[in-house]
Design a protein around this ligand. Structure first.
Ligand code: ADP
Length: 461
């Protein structure tokens, strides 16, 4: 019972609306009956007063009650308002009696006194009024009227009740219809989300939740879910690509090595120093690949240990300049290093930051032809500071730019093989920068050059 959210919403919606309807209709019914009773009493009192006035006038004119002035009134009140009277002298001699015009028998005073709740078709009520003129009692008026409502009054009340019941029924039907619709709409978003989660657990990462028709809160959940599914899909794609790429990276040097060694064994090839050197370089390529993968694994490890100290950008730049100048000279590429005048200090692991800079600067050298220039400078904004490495190399195609930080991604595979790159360097750089809570961005134009910007959170001094 009431296990699903929809059933619960339906139940509570109905409960609330039905209690509201019942409270409102009962209070209307009771309030209406009470005020209608009040109105009838007032109306009756007014008619009695009207009769007393007429009686007093008659008494003043004739010093006795002849009934002339009031006959019409008595008849009218008896037939239309069901008000009947007995008028007595002060010593209780009956002078006028209009109870005889009642269609239903009115019990005598004695009968009423003996058994006021007798089982008659109609229960009668009575009240007495003294008629006074100038302080003297000139008569006694007894009024008889049926208890409850007279026919026309009950017809009126019944009509009102009928409308209240119709209104209640219509409201119940509407509440039922709306609550079903509302609960369906409210839970449909949840249902589609839980369906999508189920699909995701079955490794269907391409599942997405449609965001239209979702409420604001559900939309946020939907957006978060879609982003999660997207990143899982990307991870899955990268994992598959990584496995494929790794197999590919291993296959080529292994196949070359195998055929060379088999040729040596079969005596087809003489193991000359040159050929042995060739085999050795293939082997070294494998060793480099494994080393790079180890470095990547270490950099991507969430528990990476960083030996953080305060690093000064100018000192880092001088050290990089010292390290890199010989290999730049060797290739014939100029290295310009702008040492900043102001102090830019950030916290970082000296070895890891050196590794980051070396990788990016090595790439800049690798992809810049002889005669080109690589410029390294320090930069600073409000809360971040770091380095900018600008080269005048081959540049990166715009379709390659979003992928260059992915493992094994190489812009031009054939050229990269020649340059000795395995496509892991920038993945290591990115992982290390992120471990420092820094950012790395790249701008590039084909045949013009590439600029990498690496920033770390600053220490304010
Ligand atoms: P690789 O070992 O192939 O250099 P990286 O991860 O360091 O691997 O770089 C990935 C790819 O990004 C490279 O193959 C190259 O296509 C591109 N790339 C990186 N740096 C530069 C640069 N300075 N100029 C041009 N292309 C670059």
């Amino acid at each position: 019972m009431l296990k699903t959210l929809r059933a619960k919403i339906l139940f509570y919606f109905l409960l609330v609306s039905l209690s509201g309807i019942l409270i409102v209709s009962f209070s209307i019914q009771w309030g209406f009956e009470a005020s209608f009773n009040h109105y009838l009493n007032e109306d009756r009192n007014e008619r009695i007063t009207q009769l007393i006035k007429a009686l007093k006038l008659e008494y003043k004119e004739n010093r006795t009650f002849t009934g002339e002035r009031v006959t019409q009134l008595l008849y009218q009140q008896g037939t239309t308002d069901r008000l009947f009277y007995k008028i007595y002298t002060p010593d209780e001699i009956l002078l006028i009696d209009s109870t005889s015009i009642s269609e239903d028998p009115i019990p005598s005073d004695n009968e009423m006194r003996m058994n006021p709740y007798q089982d008659q078709e109609e229960t009668w009520q009575t009240s007495s009024e003294l008629i006074k003129v100038d302080g003297n009692t000139i008569g006694l008026l007894k009024v008889y009227y049926p208890k409850g409502f007279v026919d026309s009054e009950s017809v009126f009340l019944q009509t009102i009740q009928k409308y209240i019941i119709i209104a209640v029924l219509i409201t119940i039907v509407l509440a039922l219809a709306f609550s079903m619709l509302f609960s369906k709409r409210l839970t449909s978003g949840l249902n589609s989300l839980s369906g999508a989660v189920e699909e995701l657990t079955k490794h269907k990462q391409n599942v997405r939740v449609p965001l239209d028709n979702l409420s604001e809160e559900m939309k946020q959940l939907g957006v978060a879910f879609n982003e999660l599914a997207m990143s899982l899909e990307k991870e899955e794609r990268l994992r598959k690509e990584f496995t494929g790429d790794l197999a590919h990276e291993l296959r080529t040097p292994l196949a070359t090595l195998r055929s060379q060694i088999e040729a040596f064994q079969d005596g087809i090839w003489e193991p000359t120093p040159d050929r042995l050197q060739q085999s050795h370089s293939e082997l070294m390529r494998l060793v480099r690949l494994v080393n790079e993968l180890e470095k990547l694994l270490a950099a991507e490890n969430p528990q990476i240990r960083l030996n953080k100290t305060e690093l000064e950008a100018d000192k880092m730049l001088s050290s990089i300049q010292q390290l890199q100048t010989p290999i730049f000279k060797e290739k014939g590429v100029s290295l310009i290093v702008h040492i900043p005048e102001e102090k830019i200090i950030f916290k970082g692991d000296f070895d890891k930051v050196t590794q980051i800079l070396t990788n990016v600067v090595n790439n800049a050298l690798k992809y810049t032809p002889e005669g080109g220039t690589v410029t390294i400078s320090a930069i600073k904004d409000i809360s971040m500071g770091g380095f900018r490495i600008k080269d005048e190399g081959i540049g990166i195609a715009s379709q390659d730019l979003p992928h260059i930080f992915e493992r094994f991604y190489r812009g031009d595979k054939s050229r990269a093989r020649k340059t000795g790159g395995v496509g892991v360097g920038l993945s290591i750089v990115k992982a290390l920068v992120e471990a420092h809570k820094g950012t790395i961005t790249v701008e590039s134009e084909l045949d013009k050059g590439t600029t990498f910007t690496i920033l770390f959170p600053l220490i304010e001094k």
